[in-house]
Design a protein around this ligand. Structure first.
Ligand code: NIG
Ligand code: FE
Length: 406
């Protein structure tokens, strides 16, 4: 055996290769005094018994072990930061006011266009290391700060280089429909034509994105425009996703269901009809409680979504505006406190359900034979502890594809 983790006080993991909905979201495996054995980067056995000999042994000394965390919604690659917006927020300007005035996302677009590919790469690599140190082993990452052909491709090429060179698994999403850039302010139809007619084919030609996301929101893209853009993306082989009903209830969840999205994001203002539509069409909900926290807004109705049979995932939404936090442990805590998820439901939300939202649940998201050996050893005696001692990084060690990386 290549690697054995022994003396695991508690092994906690969801089980299976598909998203967990409704009552299943809380059904996790809890095994005391367990071990995990690993060969060729894959899990061979996880559970109780006598650990075999191995080339490398990690003594967990009674600690908690979970699957590596999956962050299924981030805007990882961007130039600059936006700390100057804090004063405007405190003075009462809303997120959409700042965007409408040419700031917000558009400020990050200016800074991202000005940044070189190498500079974005170095910054992204450092951020990924920080994520890994906080227990995140798989990260989805969206473009959307270029909003033109060269700069959208630049962001996605950075993602590709990072995927090839970094320990964390990266899953790329094209999000050219993130805002209307200043130069198309008076001609949104022409921008949509640019996205679908030029940028999407170029993204496809270099095979730079698996998914296509869109900001369906007041003053950004309407549900009708979103449907058209996501249909074009599907024709280019990208699976649709949507930022939906984040700020205003404009039927974003209904749109995401109609577009055949694999997941819908935010959903703070989603209607009952919208939630039902997500359940019917098997759309996962990627909920982002740290964004509600940062914008000082309401929290999505996660309990209603679970009751309706929607698979709930929880992610950071890491970005320079509405969620400058990359530590998934904060949204984990908030998902218990504000969404009223139980620790078991929340664990599923940041592992198996998050993996399902990015089409990776056959490979990661749980600790069981055949899956990739992505594991976190926590400085914690039980599962409740990591949803309780917020504010500290409770990660002790991280194993990625069978290698000790933290
Ligand atoms: O998910 N809402 C749209 N996009 C991001 C924010 C991006 C930004 O402000 O830079 C989000 O919150
Ligand atoms: Fe987002």
């Amino acid at each position: 055996m290549d690697l054995v983790l022994k003396n695991i006080g508690l092994l906690a993991t969801p089980v299976g290769k598909t998203a967990k909905k409704g009552g299943e979201q809380k059904q996790i495996l809890l095994a005391e005094n367990a071990f995990v054995s690993v060969e060729n980067g894959k899990i061979v056995y996880a559970g109780q018994g006598q650990p075999p000999d191995a080339a490398q042994v990690i003594d967990c000394q009674g600690r908690l072990v979970t699957p590596g965390l999956v962050d299924a919604h981030t805007h990882l690659i961007f130039g600059g930061w936006r700390q100057k917006e804090m004063a405007r927020k405190l003075a009462g300007e809303s997120y959409l006011d700042i965007l409408k005035s040419g700031g917000g996302i558009l400020e990050t677009v200016r800074q991202t266009r000005a940044a070189s590919e190498d500079a974005l790469y170095e910054k992204g690599a450092a951020l990924l290391k920080e994520m890994l140190a906080h227990g995140t082993t798989t990260v989805e990452c969206k473009s959307g700060y270029g909003l033109n052909l060269p700069d959208e491709l630049k962001q996605l090429r950075v993602a590709k280089r990072l995927a090839e060179s970094q320990a964390v698994d990266l899953v790329p999403t094209f999000m050219g429909a993130h805002a209307i850039p200043a130069e198309y302010k008076e001609n949104r139809a022409a921008f949509i034509e640019l996205l679908c007619g030029e940028i999407m084919p170029a993204v496809k030609a270099e095979n730079l994105a698996e998914f296509c996301d869109i900001f369906c929101e007041t003053a950004v893209f309407t549900p009708a425009e979103s449907l058209g853009i996501l249909a074009a993306a599907a024709k280019h082989g990208m699976v649709p996703k949507a930022h939906a009903d984040e700020i205003d209830p404009i039927g974003g969840a209904e749109m995401a269901a109609a577009a055949g999205c694999i997941s819908a994001e935010h959903l703070i203002m989603a209607s009952d009809t919208g939630i039902r539509a997500l359940a019917e069409k098997n759309v996962a909900a990627c909920l982002l409680p740290a964004t509600s926290f940062c914008l000082d807004k309401n929290y999505a109705r996660a309990r209603d979504m679970i009751s309706a049979g929607v698979a709930v995932a929880v992610c950071t939404d890491f970005n320079p505006g509405s969620s400058p936090n990359l530590n998934l442990q904060l949204p984990m805590y908030l998902s218990c406190l504000k969404y009223r998820l139980t620790p078991a439901e929340a664990l599923t939300a940041v592992t198996l359900n998050a993996a399902a939202a990015i089409n990776r649940s056959g490979m990661v998201g749980s600790i069981e034979p055949g899956k990739q050996a992505d594991l976190v050893v926590w400085d914690a005696p039980d599962l409740e502890y990591i949803f309780y001692r917020y504010g500290s990084n409770l990660v002790r060690s991280v194993v990625k594809k069978g290698k000790l990386v933290v």
